[in-house]
Design a protein. Structure first.
Length: 199
């Protein structure tokens, strides 16, 4: 049975996780260290280590928290009338300098570190990506894609979004980027349309 002290400690860990996630979304992962983070959160590095088993545990928790936020935002997007329009709407939501863009940028940063085999990024990114892909597939199904083809369409959408996010600082607002997003929307829409034609 959970004691009041255990519950309070869990609440405090959750509060610190949310605050640390806000900080990392604003400042990034590169160069993150416990003492400056603790100061920014109004606590001490010793207290962070009381609630988290170490920096890796804290970083993993931040990445999970950010991913939960991004998945929640995707699931809250209103259903668009077509798969193509859904892709366009998702891109706009991912690049309007709001919470979803910050979460996406953090995911790209963590994925790059995970690609080099660095932990906890490699493990957490793999798990987060599976959750993210399910959310994308569900979003596409809501727009009319068949459940059978939705994972395939979500994989393409996810891979392309990652590449577009990497280039975003260089390409934001350009006709080339707009065309790439339109081409992606057409491609994902074509996958969904292939399923409709076979019914």
């Amino acid at each position: 049975m959970e004691t009041a002290t255990t519950a309070r400690e869990g609440d405090r860990r959750g509060q610190l996780a949310e605050a640390a996630t806000d900080h990392v979304l604003a400042h990034g992962l590169i160069g993150l260290s416990l003492r400056p983070l603790a100061a920014a959160l109004g606590t001490s590095d010793r207290m962070l280590l009381y609630h988290f088993s170490g920096k890796d545990d804290l970083v993993a928790t931040v990445l999970h928290t950010s991913n939960e936020r991004s998945v929640g935002l995707v699931r809250s997007l209103p259903a668009a009338p077509s798969v193509r329009e859904t892709v366009i709407a998702l891109w706009e939501a991912s690049t309007t300098q709001g919470q979803l863009e910050s979460c996406q940028r953090l995911y790209v940063e963590a994925a790059a570190l995970g690609l080099l085999g660095k932990e906890p990024y490699a493990s957490v990114v793999g798990e987060s990506n599976r959750t993210w892909l399910r959310a994308l597939a569900d979003l596409l199904v809501r727009a009319g894609c068949s459940p059978e083809l939705a994972p395939r369409a979500a994989n393409l959408l996810d891979a392309a979004l990652m590449g577009l996010q990497l280039d975003l600082p260089l390409d934001r607002g350009t006709a080339t980027l707009e065309q790439s997003v339109a081409d992606l929307a057409d491609a994902v829409g074509a996958i969904a349309a292939a399923g409709q034609g076979s019914r």
